[in-house]
Write a new protein. Structure first.
Length: 410
């Protein structure tokens, strides 16, 4: 007689999948790990694992951890494969990785094996060269839809015309962002002016040398804020703020003027290199240097240089600080990163990706952080060499920017 498959609740499936993922490398999971992954209390883990253990899916060995039985491992793997299949499918059709991951968690519990298998077949196909052509056609369709062109007229639309219409549509939708930027910058400059007045008043009220030193340092910080706001771009969308050739050495020098370096020094040999990209790259340089000073724990030297590779140029910014722990590196370019680095590095990742460049962190913890930016051929040049007449190859800003995404369970 065929054994009847036990029906598990959504919560039980979430726990089984989490235990399966956590135990893949070391063979077991701990209560604290499960609690952190599912964002629940340890007491909730104890209660639920007890229920799953009674069903024969896990064994709880005191002082050792939680182990999956053969049946539990099989069920956990099936649930995980179902989740990954849905996540990949959602990403293929243009859903952002974060949303795709969350919604896969919601939907995976309701699908039948037949539907899951059918979606899995489609995902496998989309990963083939023929499937890649299908994805390209879908992206082309979405471009046309966003610009109001009927799909029936696709055969008569020329790519340069379509590109111009896409850019026109994007610029039109950017108008509200530009207005918001102008208002925000105006308000910030007014606030900075008020801070200067209070500093002048505080300076007349104190005679202590220590307080004068504090006031002086506050004034230096306010001046740096004023420079940042005054020189900030009015454009908020990477890819539309203005594409042009920029000298890397000048970008570094300008960023230095806006960062409170203290006793730290910046060394660079980039004056002969120009890169083509969004003017927001200036903000990327500022964020990387500012992060080194703020979070490097005693940085005294920041070195900016380059290396040439066969099909690209690698531009690096490294410091002699404490560096970044290995466990934080896969989270660096997300807004949820530790120690308030998240937003600046997330924006740096997005801006560089929109310009066709890639950024990675490959420093050694204890020896300093090192950010490497890979610039493809066609997007950099040496100023003492003949300038090619051909225009640089621009990235397609209408395509979604992917970024690392880790597994999370609802």
């Amino acid at each position: 007689m065929k054994k009847q498959v036990q029906k598990l609740s959504q919560a039980m499936e979430d726990y089984l999948e989490t235990i399966y993922v956590l135990s893949k490398d070391k063979g077991y999971a701990r209560t604290g790990e499960i609690a952190r992954s599912l964002n629940v209390s340890p007491s909730s883990v104890v209660e639920m694992v007890g229920k799953i253990a009674k069903l024969g899916f896990v064994e709880w060995r005191r002082y050792e951890g939680i182990f999956l039985t053969q049946e539990g491992r099989l069920r956990g793997e099936v649930i995980h494969i179902r989740h990954e299949t849905l996540r990949q499918f959602f990403e293929f059709i243009g859903v952002s990785p974060d949303i795709a991951n969350k919604e896969a968690c919601i939907i995976e519990h309701e699908l039948s094996p037949v539907t899951t298998s059918a979606i899995g077949n489609l995902v496998s196909f989309l990963g083939t060269p023929a499937g890649g052509q299908t994805i390209s056609a879908l992206k082309f369709f979405l471009k046309m839809q966003n610009t109001g062109i009927s799909w029936e007229n696709a055969a008569t639309v020329q790519e340069p015309v379509l590109k111009e219409m896409v850019m026109h549509s994007a610029r039109k939708s950017q108008a509200n962002h530009e207005i918001l930027s102008l208002i925000t910058r105006h308000d910030l400059l007014n606030t900075i002016t008020a801070l200067y007045r209070y500093l002048d008043l505080l300076r007349t009220m104190t005679t202590s040398e220590e307080m004068k030193l504090v006031v002086s340092r506050i004034e230096g910080t306010v001046q740096a804020m004023n420079r940042q706001v005054s020189t900030s771009s009015d454009h908020l969308i990477p890819g539309l703020a203005g594409q042009k050739w920029m000298n890397l050495g000048q970008l570094i020098t300008h960023a230095e003027s806006m960062v409170l370096l203290g006793s730290a020094v910046v060394e660079q040999n980039l004056d002969l290199i120009e890169i083509f990209g969004d003017t927001l790259i200036e903000k990327v340089v500022y964020n990387l240097i500012d992060n080194a000073i703020r979070h490097g724990d005693g940085v005294t030297r920041i070195t900016c240089g380059y290396m040439q590779k066969e099909n690209s140029l690698v531009w690096f910014i490294q410091d002699d600080g404490i560096g970044i722990p290995d466990e934080y590196k896969d989270q660096l370019f997300r807004t949820s990163a530790q120690n308030n680095r998240g937003t600046g590095l997330y924006l740096a990742y997005q801006v560089l990706s929109a310009c066709g460049m890639q950024i990675t962190e490959c420093g050694t913890y204890g020896a300093g952080a090192r950010f490497e930016i890979m610039i493809p051929n066609g997007l950099y040049r040496f100023v003492n060499m003949p300038i090619p007449k051909a225009e640089p190859v621009l990235p397609d800003i209408s395509q979604p920017i992917s970024h690392p995404c880790s597994f999370q369970v609802q």
